[in-house]
Structures are given as structure tokens and as C-alpha cells.
Design a protein around this ligand. Structure first.
Ligand SMILES: [Zn+2]
Length: 421
């Protein structure tokens, strides 16, 4: 019963679980660790078997279930499977932050965060397509009471192909599909399919494009009893959520095209990744960075720190630029740079190490995690992950979200519906 409760929430196939089990049984450190967990830990650290000292700080969270070791709800991955698991976490080039959040709900080993950071930062595809540093706009003026109550919508073009996107304001869950043209009727037809699957939203937020302002679209929203709000020139950011979602999806599709991965799998994995916020760390003079130029992140070196937020940088061709911190990223693909093992020197690990408990106590992280969670648990949302190509992978997407999330500090967070303000 207990076994079922734990394993059903993990994104693993039975096959993968038995592989982890059999490798755990032949991993010398994990054999010792398992014995100690079952027999009880010594009182003092100095009496602890040196082979498993790196697990000492987590000893209260470790359990053995069905011959697999867990830290909370995360599987402890045996050494010989770690690089394979890193590759799975990196599938679809999710970037550091999202890779880490994937790991947070599925797997653990000592220094896993460093390994993830290194993996992502040494990937040239990820470096070139890093998302803009800026935080996603918070839509503070309207916090929906339930998922799919308020959705944003936008149309974007990539490689001469138009796409329609809708994005849920509460959970950030999105739907995206190619459209053959941008006629209102085409857009309405696709929206009806999505609404019949997820329920009819109370409100749609869009920009003022003609396909949204047409009589036909108006008739559709009236007939379906949907309030249609258009972002105005005074409040252009009111459709910011859809726009930031468009950015994410576009980047993802580009990466998939570049390295030939299946965009459907990448989209599913993007959706399945919990949300978070991260702060930015200052740069030192001489540091190798990437600067955002148009849609690419290109190499540069920090020349001078102008104030807390802006830097002057020089590109290899001698170009001098002044850039806000938000438009700069440390470049770990550059060989001259220190390897990203020093956690103090890393914005990602800094974010997860120094601010984890603050974020939790302020409820920000929990809010975002639970709000996403709540959406997926909603009755009017149905997902057909079983038909998705991802189910053929060894690392399945979670077909259901955990009953409760384990936060970065290891606490379990129960989902709750956020009340509107
Ligand atoms: Zn990558």
C-alpha cells in the first residue's frame, strides 16, 4: 500500500524502477547506506561509516521501500545510472532551472544540483537559446480562483508557420498547435477543441489583433458565455502571460528543430515542470558571459560594472556594449571559465541554496507549485498523457501530479486553491 502510494507518483516506468532496484543492490555505497537506514544511524557524525557520510545531512529523510532508497519522495539513483538520468533530465533542453525542478520531484544523489548545472551549462544548444533572465510578468491584478477560469491567448509565427497558443493564468498550463491561417474561424475551431477538453473559461485575454476583434470571434465568445478582455495600449502587459508563454514555446520549438528532438515530448516536459523564480548574481570583471543580441546569446567578456544592474561588455569582434544584468548570462561553455563546480559562483545553485527557505516561508514557491498542482487536479481538466509519445520513454512524464509537493527544503506542501484578492 505504502509502496504504491510512493511509486505511483513518480515519473518512472516499472522497468526503470526495477533497473534502479537492481543497480541499488549492486552499488557498494547504497548497500551500506541501506543497511544503516534499516539498522539506525549512529548518534554522532564521527561514528558514521565514512562511505555514506555524504548522506548524513539527509539521514532523517531517507527510507528504504521495496529495496529502493528514497529521500522523501525522490529516488536515490545508483552511481552507474546517474549520467543516463542526467541525460533524461536534460531531454528537450529544459535549461538549468527546469532540469532542477524535474529532479526535485523525481530523483536525488549527493551533488545532483552541481551535476545538473554542469550538464546544462556545457550544452551549447542551451547556451545559445537561454531564455531572457527577466522574471515572467506577474499578473497581480487578477488571480483566478480555479484553473482554466482565465486564459490568455496569442498567435505567433515560427519559420513561416502560424501557431495558436492559449495559456491558463492560474497554472501556466498551455495548449499550442499549428494553424493553417489566422482567420477567426480557424482560431475558434481550435479553441473549441481545447475548451471541450478542459472546460469553458470564464474570461479570455488577448491583444487587439483582427482575428480576436472580428464579429465572428465576438459571436463565439457571446455564445459560449466567455468574457473577452483585450489588452489596451494603457495596459499592454495585461496579455503578458501569453506573451511570455509564447517566448518559452518558441524557444523550445527552435531548440527541437536544431537538434532534431520531438517537439511534442519537449512541450509535454515543459508543462510537467513545476514553476519557480530565481534571483540573479552579480558578475566580476573579466568574467566570460553570454549577451542577448536579438534572439541569440553570444559570447562576451565583462569589462566594467557600471552600477548594480548594468555592465559594459566586449564581444570577440571588439564590439562594446552596455547591458543590464537581465540580459547577461555566465558562459560555462567557454573553456577559459572556471568549471561550474563552485556553487557560490553560480546563479542557479545560489538560488536554490540561499533562498529556498525564504521563498518557502513567504509562500511564493509553494504558491506557484500548488497553483500549478491545483490546476492539474481539477476535474474539468483531462490529460491524455497515455497517448503521448512520452509514454514510450524510460522517464515518463508524471501522468498524475503528486498528492503533495515536496518543497526545496523537503517539506510536503498540500495543494490549495488560491483565493482571489
Ligand atoms: Zn541543452
Amino acid at each position: 500500500m505504502h509502496v504504491h502510494f510512493i511509486t505511483k507518483n513518480l515519473p518512472y516506468t516499472d522497468q526503470k524502477l526495477s533497473e534502479v532496484r537492481s543497480k541499488t543492490e549492486s552499488d557498494p555505497t547504497l548497500i551500506t547506506l541501506k543497511q544503516i537506514i534499516l539498522q539506525g544511524w549512529p548518534e554522532k557524525r564521527k561514528d558514521c561509516n565514512s562511505q555514506v557520510l555524504e548522506y548524513w545531512n539527509y539521514r532523517d529523510e531517507l527510507t528504504v521501500v521495496d529495496n529502493i532508497i528514497y529521500k522523501g519522495q525522490r529516488l536515490i539513483i545508483p552511481k552507474c545510472l546517474r549520467s543516463e538520468m542526467l541525460n533524461l533530465l536534460h531531454k528537450g533542453h529544459p535549461g538549468q532551472e527546469r532540469s532542477f525542478r524535474r529532479a526535485q520531484i523525481s530523483m536525488f544523489w549527493p551533488n545532483i544540483s552541481k551535476d545538473i548545472v554542469q550538464k546544462v551549462q556545457q550544452c551549447s544548444v542551451c547556451a545559445e537559446h537561454q531564455r531572457s533572465n527577466s522574471k515572467e510578468p506577474l499578473v497581480s491584478h487578477e488571480i483566478p480562483k480555479y484553473p482554466w477560469q482565465v486564459i490568455g491567448t496569442d498567435v505567433f509565427t515560427l519559420d513561416n508557420q502560424d501557431y495558436l497558443l492559449v495559456c491558463d493564468y492560474m497554472s501556466n498550463y498551455f495548449e499550442v498547435d499549428m494553424i493553417k491561417n489566422t482567420n477567426s474561424s480557424t482560431i475558434i475551431k481550435l479553441m473549441r477543441t481545447w475548451f471541450s477538453r478542459h472546460g469553458i473559461p470564464q474570461k479570455i485575454v488577448s491583444d487587439g489583433a483582427s482575428y480576436y476583434t472580428s464579429q465572428e470571434f465576438k459571436e463565439f465568445t457571446t455564445k459560449w458565455d466567455i468574457k473577452h478582455v483585450r489588452s489596451s495600449p494603457q495596459y499592454p502587459q495585461s496579455n503578458g502571460l501569453s506573451e511570455s508563454c509564447v517566448k518559452k514555446v518558441k524557444t523550445l520549438l527552435k531548440k527541437c528543430k536544431q537538434d532534431g528532438t520531438d517537439p511534442l515530448i519537449a512541450i509535454l516536459e515543459l508543462r510537467a515542470t513545476p514553476l519557480s523564480i530565481r534571483p540573479l548574481k552579480p558578475f566580476n570583471i573579466g568574467e566570460n558571459v553570454r549577451i542577448q543580441q536579438g534572439k541569440s546569446w553570444n559570447p562576451a567578456v565583462i569589462q566594467e560594472k557600471l552600477d548594480n544592474r548594468s555592465y559594459s561588455v566586449e564581444t570577440p569582434d571588439g564590439g562594446q556594449y552596455i547591458r543590464n544584468r537581465q540580459h547577461l548570462m555566465k558562459d560555462y561553455t567557454c573553456q577559459d571559465n572556471d568549471p561550474p563546480l563552485n556553487t557560490d559562483n553560480n546563479q542557479f545553485t545560489q538560488a536554490i541554496c540561499s533562498n529556498q527557505d525564504t521563498a518557502d516561508s513567504q509562500g511564493k514557491l509553494s504558491h506557484q507549485l500548488t497553483s500549478q498542482h491545483a490546476s492539474v487536479k481539477s476535474d474539468n481538466l483531462t490529460f491524455n498523457h497515455s497517448k503521448s509519445p512520452a509514454s514510450t520513454n524510460t522517464l515518463k512524464l508524471p501522468n498524475i501530479y503528486p498528492e503533495a509537493y515536496v518543497t526545496r527544503s523537503g517539506r510536503q506542501v498540500k495543494p490549495k486553491i488560491i483565493q482571489s484578492v
